[in-house]
Design a protein around this ligand. Structure first.
Ligand SMILES: NC(=O)c1ccc[n+]([C@@H]2O[C@H](COP(=O)([O-])OP(=O)(O)OC[C@H]3O[C@@H](n4cnc5c(N)ncnc54)[C@H](O)[C@@H]3O)[C@@H](O)[C@H]2O)c1
Length: 350
């Protein structure tokens, strides 16, 4: 079993990675948290695939459990589902010495994380990511959130889990398009700070998935350790996300996060080329990598349509927004940009 330790100002925890680890979830959770009762939070698709495995492991470890299942998809990451889960915990007398288990992709992880951060001002949280995106990104680093009508992830908290259990076996059941969404975030890690990782993705990710996932988790761990609360360095992880969030919002969240980030990365890189921040080879290599993983590089939405979503983005600070621009493959930088100049970047992104 591989163990990656995360050390942030608010605490320390481990990310455990191995085939078949879900079968040992109960024992691992018991060792770390000492809990007697857990609440599994999951979506309807993941429930059918993996709840039984986790439940059996909890029984073996003498952990009682209850379960809350919500419909899959981003449209569930809302305040109604959030309040309903809080009430479910309260009605079942869940206390601070119990734990929430987030079993699923990024939507489940973000929702269950925010519930854990806020119920009784914080209870134990264990993340069991079941999508590639959740394994490499959303289960690590402690960002939790729900969407509001005005925009994505607008209500949330920084709240680190007690433990992350990453079982590669779960990724075998992912539909191709959900797997590709995770590939977008992996390509992002290569673009922002690791040329060798980016280059290695010329070999299909599925052929070396364990080393790719662990490398991405290490990159995120190192960034979050230096900037847990997203004040500076961590914002590099938002490469492609400003335009991406605009695309998600325009599509009413029908375009998934990873796909939107892929388009966002291609567009902001095109813009960076035309404004002289990087050369066209960088754009060509990024686009060809995205296409290799069947990810799109363009959107049907105009800059005018995207701007509203971009301005409601939480990366905005007063009259400025911090854009993440590429210099070359493996090197991105933060660029504080006045809001009234955003249209310049958008106009040159098409
Ligand atoms: N907190 C963070 O740091 C962070 C980082 C990146 C993304 N996110 C958030 O993550 C979300 C996207 O996550 P996602 O791409 O995992 O989407 P998701 O959670 O909606 O999962 C995608 C689909 O795959 C299904 N699924 C999950 N695991 C499966 C499995 N093993 N086999 C078959 N089907 C499975 C789900 O039911 C769902 O239909 C967005 O809300 C995004 O904002 C958060």
């Amino acid at each position: 079993m591989m163990e990656i330790k995360v050390d942030v100002p608010s605490g320390q925890y481990s990310i455990l990675l191995e085939q078949g680890l879900m079968q040992r979830a109960g024992e691992l959770i018991k060792n770390i948290t000492g809990i007697d009762t857990a609440v599994i939070i999951t979506d309807d698709i993941v429930d059918k695939l993996y709840s039984t495995t986790v439940e059996c492991s909890l029984e073996l470890a003498d952990i009682k459990f209850i379960k809350y299942i919500f419909p899959h998809g981003e449209s569930s990451k809302n305040s109604n589902v959030y309040i309903s889960i809080l009430n479910f915990l309260a009605e079942n007398h869940i206390t601070r010495s119990d734990a929430v288990i987030a079993l699923g992709g990024g939507v489940v992880g973000d929702m269950a994380g925010f519930v854990s951060a806020t119920y009784l001002r914080g209870i134990h949280l264990v993340q069991i990511p079941t999508t590639l995106l959740a394994a490499v990104d959303s289960s690590v680093g402690g960002k939790t959130a729900i969407d509001l009508d005005s925009g994505k992830n607008l209500a949330g908290a920084f709240y680190q889990p007690d433990l992350v259990i990453c079982d590669y076996t779960a990724l075998n059941s992912l539909p191709d398009h959900v797997f590709s969404d995770g590939c977008a975030e992996i390509i992002k890690y290569g673009m922002i700070c690791d040329y060798d990782l980016f280059d290695s993705l010329n070999i299909p990710i599925k052929q070396h998935i364990e080393s790719v996932i662990s490398r991405c988790v290490e990159i995120k761990r190192d960034i979050v350790a230096k900037d847990e609360k997203d004040k500076s360095l961590r914002q590099l992880l938002n490469f492609g996300h400003t335009i991406g969030h605009g695309i998600e919002k325009c599509s009413n969240y029908n375009i998934p996060h990873g796909t939107a980030v892929a388009i966002g990365m291609a567009m902001i890189t095109k813009s960076a080329v035309s404004l002289g921040f990087c050369d066209s080879l960088c754009y060509d290599k990024l686009c060809s990598m995205l296409k290799n993983y069947t990810l799109p590089i363009e959107t049907e939405y105009s800059g005018q349509q995207l701007i509203e979503g971009i301005l409601s983005d939480k990366k905005r600070s007063g009259e400025y927004i911090t854009l993440v621009l590429p210099k070359s493959i493996g090197k991105c930088f933060l660029h504080k940009t006045p809001i009234n100049e955003i249209s310049k970047y958008l106009d040159s992104a098409y």
